[in-house]
Structures are given as structure tokens and as C-alpha cells.
Design a binder for this molecule. Structure first.
Ligand code: ADP
Ligand code: MG
Length: 247
């Protein structure tokens, strides 16, 4: 029995002439926080899109808890199976309060009473109870990101793929967000953590996969990977040829 919750094998997709992801393979182990890093434009978000089937694979396989997911299984079904993701820019229902943002999703496969109970439990878990009746568009960015995670918890996810959730946070917000991610992980959720802030990656991730130009450059524990010359050069190369525009 494999200890991987998710394995991707030889993922590939091109957009026109651009090979955005080429032959990407890695695994997320059960209970792991796996970092996915690399310069902007190297294919991290596209890899997540291939795992959720927002983008159709040209080639490759996504294996979840030991079983191949057929390509016909779409993003909603994958989310219901437990494979979830946040977006670089959270997309809440801005005209709803925090409670209703969570409740409206919790209600999808529950009775009213069950959805209410689930929402209250998640609000507590995500430390959002004091903000439950605030309009979500008025939330500070840190809490908006937590609400985004809270909405995913209605699905009882096995995996959350977090795409640059630390972006725009000040150091103390980042510290509390890292604590929150650790807490979710300690509750048994495996995490794919995409991030540019290396301090956050080093302190949080059990292992790291580094991508460059659509491919996996290397993988290993953060303390070793982050000091590799080829990893440093990939980041500097990305900056030198203008790839550090917001990706
Ligand atoms: P990252 O998240 O690592 O910054 P992305 O995965 O967003 O990088 O992008 C990888 C490459 O694929 C980029 O060159 C980007 O412009 C391109 N790309 C991503 N999605 C699309 C799309 N839907 N159509 C065309 N090109 C895309
Ligand atoms: Mg991205």
C-alpha cells in the first residue's frame, strides 16, 4: 500500500507553442505538507489546474489514494472526492457574510440543520466565529484567505492545494496563517503549498518540489533544496528574463 495520497505521473500540457508543463511527476504523501516552488511562469498553477482537471491533460496520470482518476472526472467531482484548491485571488461571494459564504457550500449535500452545524464547526476551527456576520468583501485579506480555506472544509478535503496563500500578507499575518496551515495539516489534511516566500516554505514544508520552465528541477527537504545552486539560478534566471511579473 502506497503512502501517497496523490501521485502525478508525466503530466504534460502545451498552450499553442508553449510547453507549460512537461513530464512532471511527484507525489504528496499522506499527512505531508509538500512545497511546490519555482520562478513565476514555471508551471505551478497549471500543474494544480491539471490535478483538478480545470485544464485537460495532453498526457499523464493523476492517481488518488492508489486509484487512477479517469480524465472524465471533472473539478466538482474531484473536489467531492477530497481534492481541493485555493486560488491565487480568493473568489468569495462578496455580497454575502462569512457565515453564508460557508453555509451556502455546506448546504449542497446536507440538510439545513446539518449545514448549520457544519458551518459553526468550521467557523470555530478557522477562528472565524467573531467575524461570522461581517460582509466578506470587508474582511482583511488574511481572513479572506482563511474564509477561502473554510469553504473548502465543507467538502471534508483530504488534500488542499494552496496557491500563493501568503501573498500580500504582512509578517505577523503570515505567521498566523502558517500556524493555521499547520493546524489543518495536524488534523490530517495533506497540503500542496505553492509559495514564493522561502522563509515560509522552509518553516512549513516537509519536502519541496522545485519546478523550472515546466519541468521538475529537483526535490528534497527544504534545508537542502533551497541552498542548491541550480535552484538559486532558476530563480535568478526567472528574474533576469522578466518572468517575475505576478504569476
Ligand atoms: P506559475 O503558476 O508557476 O507562475 P503558470 O502555471 O501560471 O505558472 O504558467 C505557466 C505557463 O503557462 C506560462 O507561460 C503561462 O503564460 C502559460 N499558461 C498558463 N495557463 C494558460 C492558459 N490557460 N492559456 C495559455 N497559456 C497559459
Ligand atoms: Mg501561479
Amino acid at each position: 500500500m502506497s503512502d501517497a495520497i496523490l501521485e502525478v505521473k508525466h503530466l504534460a500540457i502545451s498552450f499553442g507553442g508553449i510547453k507549460a508543463v512537461q513530464d512532471v511527476s511527484f507525489e504528496i504523501k499522506k499527512g505531508e505538507i509538500l512545497g511546490l516552488i519555482g520562478p513565476n511562469g514555471c508551471g505551478k498553477s497549471t500543474t494544480v489546474n491539471l490535478i483538478t482537471n480545470t485544464c485537460k491533460l495532453d498526457k499523464g496520470e493523476v492517481i488518488y489514494d492508489g486509484k487512477l482518476i479517469p480524465v472524465s472526472v471533472g473539478i466538482t467531482e474531484r473536489a467531492k472526492m477530497g481534492i481541493t484548491r485555493t486560488f491565487q485571488t480568493p473568489k468569495p461571494f462578496g455580497n454575502l457574510n462569512v457565515y453564508d459564504n460557508i453555509f451556502s457550500i455546506a448546504l449542497q449535500n446536507r440538510t439545513y440543520a446539518e449545514a448549520r452545524q457544519k458551518t459553526e464547526e468550521i467557523l470555530e476551527r478557522m477562528e472565524l466565529t467573531p467575524l461570522a456576520y461581517m460582509l466578506s468583501s470587508k474582511l482583511p485579506i488574511e481572513k479572506r484567505k482563511w474564509m477561502d480555506m473554510a469553504r473548502l472544509l465543507t467538502l471534508d478535503p483530504k488534500i488542499i492545494m494552496m496557491d500563493e496563500v501568503m501573498g500580500g500578507l504582512n509578517p505577523s499575518e503570515m505567521e498566523s496563517s502558517l500556524q493555521m496551515v499547520r493546524k489543518l495539516n495536524s488534523e490530517g489534511i495533506s497540503i500542496l503549498f505553492i509559495e514564493h516566500v522561502m522563509k515560509a516554505v522552509a518553516s512549513l514544508c516537509h519536502r519541496v518540489v522545485v519546478m523550472n520552465e515546466g519541468r521538475v528541477l529537483c526535490e528534497g527537504v527544504p534545508q537542502e533544496v533551497l541552498k542548491r545552486q541550480d535552484v538559486i539560478e532558476a530563480y535568478l534566471g526567472g528574474a533576469a528574463n522578466g518572468k517575475h511579473a505576478k504569476g
